[in-house]
Design a protein around this ligand. Structure first.
Ligand code: ASP
Length: 449
């Protein structure tokens, strides 16, 4: 059995829905369908979720909502018109959208989530109706009925363990189940969404709960590229990678698959495949627990910007007990988190996301560090980019670091920092943001072309 999840662009128009129906029809193992809300039809279109945010804000500020309701409803209507679905479905969708503005506005921490979740909820009703109209037996199911329970953290919910057994109870349902992505219910019965893009998480949870053999995640690209297509012309797609490799790539900005969606299927040992609705014959990218690492030591090269590095050096630092604890204590007291901490004998660097700092908090941080540590040298470097060369194979192959640094040196990329985590799944290079593109291209042509 398989879970198939379709992203917003796969469900944006009637012609996209035709492709979705064919994909589901083609394989009887595709028993559980998870859907996003309708996404963008063209580059400058607006996602239904974003229209719902505007509708929520207008409602909250007592501004006119008629146009927004019309726009949102029209998105579903357009698709419904192309498929002769039972009229009651569109009536229910319209009523639901209209009634959102009647929800209590004050003391309602779940209001925004209820607006947003309606995007996927109504779409699941529509997709089930379309499958029925196409002669398949399909059933819309609400996450409450399914038993998808989440923590009470509006806009950022997490799955509760009890959900998995509840979901499993639906495994032998005859009909194809159509499940809205992106949200669940708290134990008190309130709607809570995951973070943005969270329908991938629902897909993963349903895959784990139903104990399926494969989770197919349909999107609008052929798979995960080995490198950023903005920097490298038509990069290859990765054929297969492990969960750990995916995690590292996702951390450094590869956003095809939601970061938090990996965990449920990983724990349940269910492989995930990323596929293209517009090119379903392409094998896509398979994410598994293990792969043959001898063939391809490096699977991808990713990068992310917006880091700062604080360099602290003090002679005989290694003999000063509690030195690092004092650094981290300052970070904790200023509510700052750090990302990496490469260290030498007499020095240590702390890499953090720059967006956490304001001019004032940076001054405070530097002042406190100087006071607590009395260092020989203390400085901060801004505008850093972290480049990650990712691959489990580098554990066994000597020279990946050497090849990377020579490639970067040949292109005159100045390395501010090198860091290799103990798991040896990736090597990270800290460089100036301005050199990012040059660095990515140099590494790509070293390992892939
Ligand atoms: N519709 C939601 C969003 O735009 C969730 C999703 O598409 O996965 O964030």
């Amino acid at each position: 059995m398989k879970v198939v999840k379709f992203g917003g662009s796969s469900l944006a128009s009637a012609s996209q829905l035709e492709k979705v129906v064919n994909i589901i029809k083609e394989d009887r193992q595709r028993k559980f369908v998870v859907v996003s809300a309708p996404g963008k039809r063209t580059h400058d279109d607006i996602k239904v979720t974003d229209l719902l945010i505007a509708y929520y804000e207008a409602t909250l500020n007592h501004q006119p909502t008629t146009d927004l309701i019309q726009q949102i409803t029209q998105r579903y209507q357009e698709i419904a018109d192309a498929f002769h679905i039972a009229p009651a479905i569109m009536t229910a969708i319209k009523e639901n959208i209209q009634s959102l503005q009647e929800l209590p506005l004050s003391d309602n921490p779940h209001l925004s989530d209820t607006f947003l979740a309606s995007g996927e909820n109504n779409n699941a009703k529509l997709v089930a109706g379309i499958l029925e109209a196409k002669g398949l037996s399909a059933l819309y199911i609400n996450p409450k009925e399914l038993g998808l329970l989440v923590s009470d953290e509006p806009g950022n919910a997490r799955i509760l363990q009890a959900s998995y057994d509840e979901i499993y109870k639906w495994r032998n349902e005859e009909a194809i189940l159509v499940i809205p992505g992106f949200f669940g219910y708290t134990q008190e019965g309130n709607v809570c969404t995951f973070s943005r893009g969270g329908s991938d998480i629902t897909g993963s949870i349903v895959a784990a709960g139903m104990k399926v053999d494969l989770y197919e995640n349909f999107t609008d690209v052929d798979g995960i590229y080995v490198s950023h297509p903005g920097y490298v012309h038509q990069p290859e797609t990765i054929k297969e990678l492990t969960y750990r490799e995916m995690r590292e790539l996702a951390y450094a900005g590869f956003s095809v698959f939601h970061d938090e969606a990996l965990m449920p299927s990983y724990r349940a040992k269910i492989p995930v495949v990323i596929k293209n609705t517009n090119n379903p014959q392409h094998p896509g990218t398979l994410i598994t627990t293990q792969r043959d690492i001898s063939k391809q030591p490096v699977v991808g090269i990713a990068s992310d910007q917006g880091f700062a590095s604080i360099y602290i050096s003090k002679y005989l630092m290694n003999r000063e007990i509690g030195f690092v604890r004092r650094i981290l204590q300052v970070f904790e007291e200023l509510s700052l988190s750090y990302e990496h901490m490469p260290s030498g004998i007499d020095d240590v660097s702390i890499i953090l996301r720059e967006r956490q700092l304001t001019k004032e908090s940076e001054e405070e941080l530097m002042r406190r560090l100087a006071f607590e540590l009395d260092p020989d040298e203390l400085r901060i470097t801004h505008n850093l980019s972290m480049i990650m060369v990712v691959g489990e194979g580098m554990r066994q192959r000597i020279g990946v670091t050497a090849e990377s640094t020579s490639a970067l040196a040949r292109k005159h990329v100045n390395l501010e920092m090198i860091n290799q985590g103990s798991s040896e799944v990736s090597i990270m290079f800290g460089i100036q943001e301005a050199q990012e593109e040059k660095a990515i291209r140099a590494l790509y042509y070293t390992f892939f072309d």
